[in-house]
Design a protein around this ligand. Structure first.
Ligand SMILES: [Zn+2]
Length: 143
């Protein structure tokens, strides 16, 4: 849920701030971003991600008039479902208390630099965040 969606859904700022703090705590400062499309949703083994998207579809889409994460596209009640979602979750999210789910419209989901655009957008929430493209290998033992 992005800022516009939060406002429209009636989520209080104090609850939003608490959820952000919990996501940060659960991931010990490391978050994972995933773009989920209908195709990747079929292949995922992360049932919590699917549950979070389902919750968005049930709770936000019919009542919230959500906006696309990346443009001014607005879904009205009964409209076609988003083409993709950005899901932000704590790294190693086995016991995560919250996920952030943001809808992405068809036009934006086709952009070749979609993931980079999503990362840039998350800077609205965490301006000092940085990306880790790969985990550092464990140091080799010296003998
Ligand atoms: Zn869009």
């Amino acid at each position: 849920m992005n800022r516009h969606e939060r406002r429209r859904s009636g989520v209080k700022k104090v609850d939003w701030d608490k959820a952000l703090r919990e996501i940060h705590e659960d991931g010990i400062g490391v978050l994972e971003l995933e773009i989920v499309t209908p195709v990747t949703a079929l292949m995922t083994k992360d049932l919590q991600t699917l549950a979070a998207i389902n919750m968005w579809l049930v709770q936000v889409l019919p009542t919230g008039r959500p906006l696309c994460l990346l443009c001014d596209h607005e879904w009205s009640p009964g409209a076609q479902q988003p083409s993709a979602f950005l899901v932000i979750k704590p790294a190693d999210a086995a016991d995560a208390r919250n996920y952030i789910v943001s809808a992405i419209c068809e036009g934006c989901s086709e952009k070749p630099d979609l993931f980079d655009l999503c990362i840039t957008k998350t800077k609205d929430i965490w301006p000092n965040s940085r990306t880790i493209d790969a985990l550092h290998p464990a140091p080799e033992r010296s003998q």
